[in-house]
Design a binder for this molecule. Sequence first.
Ligand code: BGC
Length: 452
Amino acid sequence: MSDAGFPTFPAGFSFGVATAAYQIEGAVGADGRGESVWDTFCRRPGAIRDGHTGDVADDHYHRWPEDVALMAALGIDTYRFSLAWPRIQPTGSGAVNAAGLDFYDRIVDSLVANGITPMPTLFHWDLPQPLEDAGGWLSRDTAYRFAEFATIAATRLADRVPLWITLNEPFVVTAFGYALGVHAPGRTLLLGALPTAHHQLLGHGLATVALRAAGVRQVAIANNYSPAWPASDSPANVAAAAAYDTLHNRLYTDPLLLGRYPDLAAFGVGAAGLECVRDGDLAIVSAPIDALGVNYYAPTRLSAPADSTLPFSMQPIPGYPLTAFGNPVVPAGLTELLTTLADRYGTRLPPVYVTENGCSFPDEPDAAGQIADADRIDYLDGHIRAVAHAMAAGVDVRGYLVWSLLDNFEWAEGYHQRFGLVHVDYDTLRRTPKASFGWYRDVISAVRAAPG
Ligand code: BGC
């Protein structure tokens, strides 16, 4: 358990964990599920480290009762998970697969029965392949298909699910999926990927309307944010950091909360980069939301570019411990990020949930079968305190969710990065809670016993 002086949190503050469908479910061919862009991408030679795929993952599709039991033992308030679009609507349009909806219906029932509030995300990157074949997020039509999917899912689940998240990290989809090609669908369009930013945000706005029409009470989006630190206070490095801040932190939030895109002049694309924006779109994108999901892992340090492709280049951040993924461990970055959002958006900033925060470490069992992940405990302890600091500074944070419940398929890294509170043996699929699991359980119960 944490040391003396652990912060208090208001009654009603939610602690939880987060996962995503493709990273845990496996069973990619089961019960009528269609293909997603990640199934396709995993088959591309060299795309995923060691040729790993999500075909089996944690086999959560079959083992979910055990995983819900783990969550009940953890004592969490909220479970954030994602609905696999191709499981529910195999081709991304038209026919619904009843077995897919039934799967999530059972999980939602089981969560509710265990006193855990379900928080589904509609899109955590597994776009149905037929939609990608028709242009994916480069196509405006995908936004309309997404809203249709939102209606299907909410019509079935809204009665038991208060808060829905539309998209997870649209920045990563644009940057990694369509600009750099290191994630599905593996396009390398560089700034030509910008229309995917707008079409995802349009999809968010259209889905927001669809969710409310289906009886959903609260709608949010989960963006990832990274404080942009200039490598020095030279004007060139400060400008580089500002450009990165625009791309990573503002491009997906200014339109939502301010109803306008930030100035992209630093990227040399002017308005042309977003000429797909039509009259009326920004009103749809900026329809009020009830909460903002904030995913945070680490800050980014920037200097003036070595070449002219982008107006910044990324630099290592010295002086902090590193996770296995190479992320510097900077809890104060989370406080900085939350207070910056509050300063930047003022009364337009809705209540915030930290919808993801966590770290990967190698984490293997010792001779006695114990997994003593002290570095994860330090990471989580520091970041939960960082949330408390932001709240003390006036930011309205309503919850904190650890990424992730289980070790899982970490996208292009395959199974090499272990983010779980629970270890998964990928040969046997055996789940073993790590020391951080017990620590988090004790934090949650201590916080509940002493609300602030
Ligand atoms: C994503 C997760 C991912 C995590 C750790 C986030 O960007 O939403 O799917 O596993 O980061 O890299």
